[in-house]
Design a protein around this ligand. Structure first.
Ligand code: OSB
Ligand code: MG
Length: 489
């Protein structure tokens, strides 16, 4: 590809051409760029024009070429100064650049590459857990008293990385279950990484690309890889992601209660504990009276509702009265696979519609924003296939001024640590569904317990990796099945 094609991909072609003619680039031999490095730059490298070094074509995670940069050293990317404002020159595997061009607003570029890190995956251990919840959690799709999940543990050259796969017992939230995730992890994901040199999250994503869907299963392993990477680099996830907050604002997600009066009492008990944002679960017939009662009891409360796909465009007229209750947002009222009807609903609602289930890839985030189907997005890294994918959605939304927040899946301390890390990114401007450990479990599988600070925040872990350690005794207590797969067996 010649230089004209290269610059043709960017809007500011004249600027870029001028820049290219001014800069002298230390040439990097084509072969020194490993395959993984090329792809780590969100899948793109361009052939340099004659006389120049390698040009890394950086691509945003959402199918759109934005700008080109120059690869000056193995692990460094230099981008065009006149168009750039580099807010953070983060060392390590996550580099974050905010880029401002004249014809568009903010774009975020991210590279996760870290050439020097190669992790040979020696073994994978799966623990199928079942943990009693402090109180039953009821949503429009069911009621849970015990929460199931799978703990994924990777061994790599003496280091251990942990991740949580948040698939639950029943396919109510989405189609995955602990059973399907176990199958996908054991029979399809494990063979793709065991004994392999995995360099980073995007390298991992490329390996599992051939497996359609099954994002919760894929995300459990990606989390464990980040934990390994962080431990290897001596960096916390927050640091690797480019987080900007030491503590993040949180709220509590309250399940459907026996009656509106009981709900008001439950909300009050959480307010007494210090939560300053409340989400209540709703379903057809259990929305207007409930939400109105809570609003009446707490006129200034930051309040939002979540329907978990329980309405159709027709039955959603039941939600009309909620539009006058000054809610922060209405989460996922319609079908999980339907962005289009959400657009129609958003068009007639003052209140922001928020999508949860409908956003399963960065592409879906683009579809939803282009369709104006929602005004904010609940990012659950697991739902979109892993932390790297969640970060891409964050970056995409940040670039467009669309607020995001961190959703929850009743995680253990492992997943909670991960959620806190991603929620420390600048675009997470709404409080997350990340509550204190004691809101979920009397006993957790991590030695660390997360507590609510006085200002309705939770502190982001700052130790290497996820920053949590496993309470082995608790792990054994909650384990229903265990499996270890080793490289070369
Ligand atoms: O839709 O956000 C949801 C829990 C399980 C499945 C789906 C959802 C939820 C929650 C809980 O709302 C949030 C939390 O972890 O506190
Ligand atoms: Mg939800």
């Amino acid at each position: 590809m010649g230089v004209s094609n290269v610059v043709g991909l960017a809007t500011e072609s004249v600027e870029i051409l001028r820049f290219f003619s001014e800069i002298s680039v230390s040439s990097v031999a084509e072969k020194s760029l490993s395959h993984s490095f090329r792809h780590s730059l969100y899948d793109a490298c361009l052939t340099p024009p004659p006389g120049y070094g390698n040009i890394g074509g950086l691509r945003c995670g959402v199918e759109q070429w934005q700008l080109v940069g120059l690869i000056t050293r193995r692990s460094q990317v230099q981008i065009l100064p006149p168009l750039l404002h580099i807010t953070q020159g983060l060392p390590g595997i996550a580099r974050r650049f905010l880029i401002q061009g004249e014809n568009y607003s903010w774009y975020t570029f991210r590279t996760f590459q870290y050439l020097e890190t190669i992790m040979k995956i020696d073994s994978i251990t799966l623990h199928h857990l079942s943990m009693p919840l402090v109180a039953p959690f009821e949503t429009s799709f069911g009621r849970e008293t015990e929460r199931e999940c799978i703990l994924v543990t990777l061994q790599s050259e003496g280091l251990t990385g942990c991740g949580e796969c948040v698939a639950s017992r029943e396919p109510g939230y989405n189609y995955e279950t602990t059973g399907t995730a176990w199958h996908i992890l054991k029979d399809f994901i494990a063979p793709l990484i065991l004994g392999q040199d995995v360099t980073d999250a995007l390298d991992y994503q490329r390996r599992v690309e051939r497996i359609r869907g099954h994002h919760l299963a894929k995300a459990g392993v990606e989390m464990a890889l980040w934990d390994l990477l962080g431990k290897r680099e001596g960096k916390s996830l927050k640091e690797m992601f480019g987080g900007v907050r030491d503590k993040v604002e949180v709220g509590v997600s309250i399940g459907i209660q026996e009656s509106a009066a009981a709900l008001v009492r439950t909300v009050e008990s959480y307010l007494e504990k210090g939560y300053r944002r409340v989400k209540i679960k709703i379903k057809p017939g259990r929305e207007v009276e409930e939400t109105t009662a809570v609003r009446k009891a707490f006129p200034d409360l930051r309040l939002q509702v979540d329907a978990n796909s329980a309405y159709t465009l027709e039955t959603a007229s039941a939600l009309d009265p909620l539009d006058d209750l000054n809610l922060l947002l209405i989460e996922q009222p319609l079908f999980e696979d339907d962005i289009w009807d959400h657009r129609k609903l958003q068009a007639r609602f003052k209140t922001a519609i928020c999508l949860d289930e409908s956003i399963v890839t960065p592409r879906h985030a683009r579809y939803a924003l282009e369709m104006e189907a929602c005004r904010n997005i609940n990012i659950k890294p697991a739902r979109v296939g892993g932390l790297s994918q969640g970060i891409m959605i964050h970056d995409y939304c940040l670039a467009r001024g669309v607020p995001v927040w961190c959703g929850g899946m009743l995680e253990t301390g492992v997943g909670r640590a991960s959620n806190l890390a991603i929620a420390s990114l600048p675009g997470y401007v709404l409080p997350g569904d990340i509550s204190a450990s004691d809101r979920y479990y009397h006993r957790d599988i991590t030695n660390e317990r997360f507590v609510l600070n006085d200002d309705s925040t939770i502190t982001v872990p700052n130790q290497p990796g996820l920053g949590v350690t496993i309470d082995e005794e608790a792990l054994q207590q909650f384990t229903r099945a265990e499996l270890t797969l080793k490289a070369g067996e």
